[in-house]
Design a protein around this ligand. Sequence first.
Ligand code: FAD
Ligand code: NAI
Length: 463
Amino acid sequence: MADSFDLIVIGAGPGGYVCAVRAAQLGMKVACVEKRETLGGTCLNIGCIPSKALLQSSENFEEIAHKFADHGITVEGVKLDLARMQARKGEVVTANTKGVEFLFKKNKVTWLKGEGKILGQGKVEVAGTTYETKSIVIATGSESVPLRGVEVDEKQVVTSTGALELPAVPKHLVVIGAGVIGLELGSVWRRLGAEVTVIEFLDRILPGMDNEVAKQFERVLSKQGFKFKLGHKVTGATKSEAGVTLSVEPAKGGEAQSIEADVVLVAIGRRAYVEGLGLEAAGVALDDRGRVKTDHHFATNVPGIYAIGDVIVGPMLAHKAEDEGVAIAEILAGQHGHVNYAAIPGVVYTWPEVAAVGATEEELKAAGVAYKVGKFPFTANGRARAMGDTDGFAKILADKTTDRVLGAHILGPDAGALIAEMVTAMEFGASAEDVARICHAHPTLSEAVKEAALAVDGRAIHI
Ligand code: FAD
Ligand code: NAI
């Protein structure tokens, strides 16, 4: 007779493994099914962690090769050892995935190795064995969206997975899609010496982010050497030994042109992954975009089956998946787990970074909300000047009447760390005045956030 559990989580990404650990902390007997050789899901194996390892290494390389001279440091004979850089990335990934394995052992979570299939309410099959469970949480994540006519081989035409594994720096990397993956991985290979062209269907980069930030970010990236072909679509790709020839057309129609690339990165979005889960037979409903349909408490239409993370509605972000993992574990334990979707930060880990929380100006306008704007440029921040990192600005949007913070958008050095203050402010329902009155250490980048809050009422000091 196979083991039975209080909870079986399917998928050990940031949603699934965090859910499993939290449920175990709350006293449940928990198993987590994962078919990959290592735990941690997309994020730890082929997403957040390896991309950040390469972003850090490539930024170090660019700094020493191109930025140190301005600080009066001359370094001769700088060389790239890509094999070592990739090996280091692998070590970082392994340290993290082993860390999750340790957490499972520590919390007595059973790792069921193999593909999980839901046989119905309370029944999950893994590697030919059927396990009984009171509850099931689906946390199977997402996969890259394919592009018709551009067949991925993970060598010449790659998704993010192949782009993290390139054995040599391409001479010309063409990125399809000016979203988060395209700009982060485009940055990695540009810093290491590739010419990078980004082809984007829309007439702007980073859709969903505040327009003003995206516009200035596009200028900054262009200054770094990125070439953008906005308002264009790729209609086909022909591969040869020499490379890939892409046919590209204006999105609104017009004359086609050819673009030659050594490597093409397809980064046009991700979609929910539910293959092999047996959802149809189990009667679990999907929404019109193929995501598992859930209510506000992560429950699907089948009693006892829940879903979290990239496989359901909402931003496809690791921290969103983690928070949902904690929330559903607490709900299953009879507590009041919840996620505040109004205060989920988003960060693009380029340099400078882009970070945002809450509403954009465009969203406030569309909703007819009267708002005030406070902005402060990093050119006027002493620490940014000392660092030589003055591109960008901090921007705070506050309700015109109540002064409550409605959104914050930062383009600049360490924007990803700086946004945490504004997430906290929004979580506590702070006003711009509250943020402006907090004492910020000098000289720090965080003073730009304080000054943006002061600027909401036109009283920034340093501009
Ligand atoms: P996943 O992490 O996708 O995990 C799902 C797991 O389920 C997988 O391991 C899969 O093997 C397993 N699985 C699927 N079906 C089955 C089955 N039937 N049986 C057993 N196992 C199964 N987000 C950020 O917040 N910050 C970042 O910096 C960031 N960088 C990223 C960079 C890249 C290149 C990519 C691709 C994504 C990045 N993301 C980032 C997004 C982040 O990786 C996802 O939002 C996050 O991993 C979602 O977590 P999840 O638990 O829902 O699913
Ligand atoms: P994305 O949704 O961020 O961007 C896709 C881009 O491709 C959009 O600009 C879109 O307009 C464009 N596009 C769509 N179809 C196109 C076409 N046919 N031709 C040209 N352009 C086209 O998706 P991306 O970059 O693939 O990332 C997927 C997800 O992974 C993101 O939603 C994000 O949540 C997550 N992610 C998060 C990271 C982070 O938090 N730092 C890093 C990497 C990924």
